[in-house]
Ligand binder design. Structure first.
Ligand code: GRF
Length: 226
């Protein structure tokens, strides 16, 4: 028996290209996931609009990438502002942008509990392992050292732990005998660029529900692209 529409908490909403789900993407580094999402959105392949990219440091390569795509991009310098001021400004900026969801893409800071509660079940992250295996730093190295034959990536809701939130979607990638952390990271990253837009498409279907800590779908999750 499937999950009924009145069970659990509704995640996302039914969006379309005319009425896209508005997202703010938080970045700290390279920005390839941000770019993969934004390019699909700009090509009209994703019922999502990137209303802000916010970086926690000026040096993030993602800033130049986002600006080149014409996205409204801001830097909030964590080191200069300090944690309290930074998180207040971050929350204000996100609310001002009109973003409905916060998408972490290579964002290297742990969001404090009050922030997570303020945007409860409206924050997603991507992590390059099959969670709950290998959370935290250096997941590729952890996977190789442990000797797993399959790793991959996980898109999950953000809760107050580190990489512990309810799982929306996972994609597996084989670990090869001669893999290094770098070679494994490269193959997983290519899969991440597909998986993150797919997960956002699910959120934009309006059919996902959080039941306990399971994210389940009710009925047809295909995006309404017209
Ligand atoms: C990705 O592997 C992501 O899963 C992890 O950090 C990396 C970010 O890469 N959280 P990019 O900045 O999106 O290129």
């Amino acid at each position: 028996m499937g999950v009924s529409v009145d069970q659990g908490l509704s995640l996302g909403r039914p969006a379309s290209l005319e009425d896209p789900l508005k997202i703010a993407i938080l970045v700290s580094g390279r920005g390839s996931n941000m770019q993969a999402i934004a390019e699909r959105s700009l090509r009209g392949e994703l019922p999502v609009r990137v209303v802000r990219v916010i970086a926690d440091r000026f040096t993030a390569q993602a800033v130049a990438r986002a600006e080149a795509l014409g996205i409204d991009t801001r830097v909030l310098d964590y080191r200069a502002l300090g944690p309290s001021e930074y998180h207040n400004l971050l929350a204000e900026e996100i609310e001002r942008s009109g973003a409905e969801w916060i998408v972490l893409a290579g964002y290297m800071r742990i969001l404090p509990e009050p922030f997570v509660r303020r945007f409860e079940w409206r924050i997603v992250n991507i992590h390059p392992s099959l969670l709950p295996a290998f959370p935290g730093l250096h997941p590729h190295r952890q996977a190789i050292e442990h000797g797993v034959k399959l790793s991959g990536c996980t898109v999950h809701l953000v809760d107050t732990g580190v990489d512990t939130g309810p799982i929306i979607l996972q994609r597996a990638v084989p670990v090869l005998d001669d893999d290094t952390p770098e070679s494994l990271a490269e193959r997983i990253l290519a899969v991440e660029h597909q998986a993150y837009p797919e997960a956002l498409t699910l959120l934009a279907s309006g059919r996902l529900r959080l039941v306990g800590r399971r994210v389940v779908s009710v009925g047809d999750t295909s995006a309404r692209l017209s």
